[in-house]
Design a protein around this ligand. Structure first.
Ligand code: GLN
Length: 454
């Protein structure tokens, strides 16, 4: 009976869109057979993981959290999912997410909110947002429904939900993980990464996911480092940068306290703390909310009712009517908002004023990081400006929602590896995350600093 209640509670969190227990079971059986035959086990032999529903999975419906992909079942696996199966993992199911990965609370999903397993102690007892867009992944791991899950991160979608739910998650350097077969949001920013209970699990899972893929033109032709073997929480000689521009007015006291705790922990682990400056930080969020919608408006043009999923064909309708009806019905409000912003900033009269300007800012932000990394090896900041907020609290205010990404977006624009690790609890007992940003390709530095915090 206790088990039944637990299952019912787990289902109420709404993390899984589709369950695929047989897939996980087959991997477990393969692992057993390999063990019985005395073979060397694969790195993820038999490990049951959850897949964000942005990854195409052969024979398993894939929705990107949107009605417009209703009825779409890919005939192939994404490179990321295939890499995980090749490493021995099996799939427990597909995880709920913000529609097309646009959102910071999971409320833009067409399949209902994901609910955080965490509760505020004292004060309001409202259901809390798990963060987003990889909210289903964060909740599946946080609620102990699976030991690890895949996420994707365009502007913070691995790191912010990890912070909200007390788990770890890393976005690798842009190009480490293949984007092939992952439904595109903003192609110059999208990166897959693992979400897991701790830093070591993230290192193991990331190694299975990463690697060169000829099918993705931006894939880096580099070997995958042995991150797990390089793990060390001894930070002697490491210089940790604290960017002064991330101290923004109105940040709650407990976020400052969190940051200070992180500084102390890293210093205790042997690191030297240095002040650095990232002068263009305040332009990152506006630049991101031009570049990401611009790329999205182009990527989402393919959902036309002809090729995938939903098709609305009103009586006597022509082709244009079919396009319009399908897109009007299939896309959610936030997705439409992004498509409209995106087409606007790319339109002939406004391209230079918006898209070109935003692209220039992006370059300046990348240069800020290059200069800062002359003085330090890793940068430490809070992951998000607050702990998890209540469901519904920000859903009518897109700008308040976008503000959640203020600390995660700059490193996304610069393509840098970045990770969130649990950094303690706030006064209501809710998890807070600390955020580590590394030089290009220095996932190891980020993981090691994360290990020292954890
Ligand atoms: N919250 C951000 C957005 O809505 C980031 C999303 C993401 O990283 N996929 O665009």
């Amino acid at each position: 009976d206790a088990f039944v209640v637990k299952v019912a509670r787990a289902k109420a969190l709404n993390a899984f869109l589709v369950e695929t227990p047989n897939h996980a079971l087959a991997a477990a059986k393969d692992a057993d057979a390999a063990r019985a035959a005395g073979e060397v086990l694969k790195p993820l032999a038999g490990v049951p993981i959850g897949m964000k529903d942005l990854f195409c999975t052969a024979g398993v419906p894939t929705t990107a959290g949107s009605d417009i992909l209703a009825g779409f079942t890919p005939t192939y696996d994404s490179t990321i999912s295939q890499n995980l199966w090749d490493a021995g993992a099996g799939m427990l199911g597909k995880l709920n997410m913000d529609q097309f990965a646009m959102g910071s609370s999971n409320e833009t999903s067409a399949f209902g909110n994901v609910i955080s397993p965490w509760r505020r102690s004292g004060g309001s007892n409202a259901d809390l947002a798990p963060g987003g867009s990889s909210g289903g992944s964060a909740v599946a791991v946080s609620a102990r429904l699976c030991p690890g899950a895949t996420g994707t991160d365009t502007g913070g979608s691995i790191r912010q939900p990890a912070a909200f739910t007390g788990i770890s998650g890393i976005k690798p350097t842009y190009g480490r993980c293949s984007r092939w077969g992952t439904i595109a949001f903003a192609s110059s920013l999208d990166q897959a990464g693992p979400m897991a209970r701790d830093v070591r699990d993230c290192a193991i899972m990331l190694a299975a996911m990463a690697g060169f893929d000829a099918k993705d033109a931006t894939s880096l032709k580099l070997d995958v480092p042995k991150w797990e073997h390089g793990l060390s929480s001894n930070l002697n000689g490491l210089r940790v940068g604290i960017p002064k521009e991330y101290r923004i007015d109105g940040t709650p006291e407990e976020i400052d306290a969190l940051w200070q705790r992180g500084i102390d922990w890293l210093r205790d682990a042997g690191a030297e703390i240095v002040d650095v400056s990232l002068p263009h930080t305040k332009y990152a969020l506006p630049a991101y909310y031009i570049i990401a919608p611009a790329e999205a408006s182009s990527n989402l043009a393919r959902y036309d009712g002809v090729r995938y999923g939903l098709r609305d064909l009103p009586e006597g309708a022509g082709l244009q009517d079919m396009y319009a009806a399908t897109r009007a019905d299939g896309f959610g409000e936030e997705v439409k908002r992004r498509i409209m912003i995106g087409t606007y900033v790319l339109s002939a009269g406004f391209y230079d004023a918006y898209f070109t300007q935003a692209s220039k800012i992006r370059t300046l932000i990348a240069r800020d990081f290059e200069r800062a990394f002359e003085q330090c090896d890793v940068i430490l900041t809070p992951t998000a400006p607050s702990a998890a907020f209540a469901l519904g609290e920000k859903s009518d205010d897109p700008l308040a929602m976008y503000m959640n990404d203020v600390f995660t977006v700059p490193s996304s624009l610069a393509g840098l590896p970045a990770m969130s690790v649990p950094g303690g609890l706030d006064k209501h007992g809710l998890p807070l995350g600390l955020h580590l940003i590394g030089r290009p390709l220095d996932e190891q530095g980020v993981l090691n600093a994360g290990l020292a915090i954890e």
